[in-house]
Every structure is written in structure tokens, then in C-alpha cells.
Design a protein around this ligand. Structure first.
Ligand SMILES: [Zn+2]
Length: 265
């Protein structure tokens, strides 16, 4: 196992019965500086423009290891460029509510950029209707995309995802991981989780893991651009719907979460 780890290979975990280990951990503490990239598009309605729909992805990846650059084309180059396309489309057809697009930093270090945004939000958290996260959009089954967390806080968030998918008919939603009792699967693993924790309805759009994840082979040649395009069109249309919805998405799914903001989630 240690020899394969040294070669940078992944070793499947397994239980070792009766084994004991003494572990010494050395830690280097340091301070780094980085930034989220945030764009704002004002909504078209004079009143509703003071409410917001958020799109999110992360532009960081795992960097440079053993002389190799880890490009992270799917994780999350795919979400990063899909969001540029969504921003361009939103410039042409804006919803009533304002749109904020956040290219998060430090996702791979523990959702740092998302945590920072939530702690220092430029707009009141109470006025954010929903956050739509795209992290890994370009792999696996060409016909479907996982939605995760859509119904954890708001049945309206969930209904919008399904109605838009049905209406467009370009990509099917897959609920395999959309179960609140299986949150350990992927729900905590991307930026949307920080928004969920302050009572903001989210959907995590995700096309699943693969052998190139966090490997130097997560390269652009392996991306399915046709699928990415359909995923981006779908997520754009969901955002437009949330942005034009008659009211902020209702928090009707979790009796402990009835308001947005600190202490809400
Ligand atoms: Zn990611």
C-alpha cells in the first residue's frame, strides 16, 4: 500500500482487524491569500431586483504534485466555463431578481471561498432565493445529471428543477444521491453546502465521479462538451425560473429551517 501511495496511485481503503497504529502528524501552518471572483447583474424589476439568485462553481483545484500539473478540467473547469456561458446568456435575458455569480476559491481546501462569501455576503442572506452549484458537469452518462439537495429545504426548488428539465427535454435529472439520509454521499462536498447551512435552498448539479478525479488525467480531452452544453442550458433555465418566481422559494421542507440567515440553517 505504501509503495503504491508513493507512486501516486490510489489505494482502496479496507478494515485491518486487530491492527494498532501510532501516528505522528506534522503540520506546516501558513497564511495564503486568494479571492472569490464575483459578478453581479441587476434584475429588471424595480422591487424584486433587491432579491437574488446565486450561481456557483469553484475555480481552484489541487495544484501541482510530483512534477505534474493537475488541470482539473472536469473538477471544476467544467462548472467554471459553464458559468461564463450562463453569465453571457443572462446579460441578454435577465430575470426580475438580480443575479450573483460566484466563482469560488479554496473549495478543495474545505469550501473556504463559499464560507467566506456566506460570512461576508455583499447582500443580506435573507434576500437570496436559492444557490445553484455546478461542480463537475462533463462526464459519465450523456443523458442525465444528478441533482442533490433540491428538496432538503424547499419543495419549490425541487419542483422547479423537475419542471424545467421536463420542459427543455435536453437532459434528465437523476435522483440517485438526492436523499437527505444519504447526505454523506456528495451533499457536503461542494460550495453549496455553506449556503444550505444558512437556510438557503440549493441544488448541487453534478455528473458523478470517475477515475480521473483528482488525478493528473482530469484533462480537457475527457470532457463531454455536448453534455456540458446541455447541462449549462438546463441550469441557466432553472436560474431564470428562480429569478422570475413570484416569491422567494418557500422553506417548507425542514421544520428546523424556516428562515434564511445565520441561525436559520
Ligand atoms: Zn469540485
Amino acid at each position: 500500500m505504501f509503495a503504491s501511495l508513493k507512486r501516486g496511485e490510489r489505494v482502496p481503503s479496507r478494515a485491518l482487524s486487530g491492527a494498532q497504529a501510532e501516528i505522528t502528524v506534522a503540520m506546516d501552518r501558513g497564511e495564503e491569500h486568494t479571492q472569490n471572483v464575483v459578478a453581479y447583474l441587476e434584475g429588471t424589476d424595480p422591487v424584486l431586483k433587491n432579491e437574488y439568485v446565486l450561481f456557483g462553481c469553484h475555480y481552484d483545484h489541487v495544484g501541482f504534485r510530483n512534477g505534474q500539473v493537475y488541470n482539473g478540467a472536469d473538477d471544476d473547469g467544467s462548472g467554471t466555463v459553464a458559468m461564463l456561458e450562463i453569465a453571457q446568456a443572462m446579460m441578454i435575458q435577465r430575470p426580475k431578481r438580480s443575479v450573483i455569480l460566484v466563482w469560488h476559491t479554496g473549495e478543495e481546501k474545505g469550501l473556504r471561498g463559499a464560507g467566506y462569501f456566506v460570512d461576508n455576503s455583499p447582500v443580506p442572506l435573507e434576500s437570496i432565493s436559492a444557490q445553484l452549484q455546478m461542480d463537475m458537469l462533463s462526464r459519465n452518462d450523456p443523458e442525465s445529471i444528478y441533482i442533490i439537495g433540491s428538496h432538503f429545504l424547499s419543495s419549490e426548488m425541487d419542483a422547479i428543477d423537475r419542471q424545467v428539465a421536463d420542459r427543455l427535454g435536453i437532459i434528465r435529472v437523476d435522483d440517485e444521491y438526492n436523499d437527505p439520509d444519504r447526505r454523506d454521499n456528495y451533499f457536503r462536498q461542494s460550495d453549496h453546502h455553506a449556503y444550505h447551512q444558512v437556510g438557503i435552498p440549493v441544488t448541487f448539479f453534478f455528473t458523478g465521479v470517475h477515475d480521473d478525479l483528482h488525478q493528473p488525467t482530469d484533462d480537457v480531452e475527457n470532457c463531454d462538451f455536448d453534455k456540458m452544453e446541455r447541462a449549462a442550458k438546463f441550469i441557466y433555465a432553472v436560474g431564470l425560473e428562480v429569478g422570475n418566481y413570484p416569491h422567494l422559494l418557500r422553506l417548507d421542507r425542514d421544520p428546523e429551517v424556516t428562515q434564511r440567515g445565520k441561525g436559520g440553517g
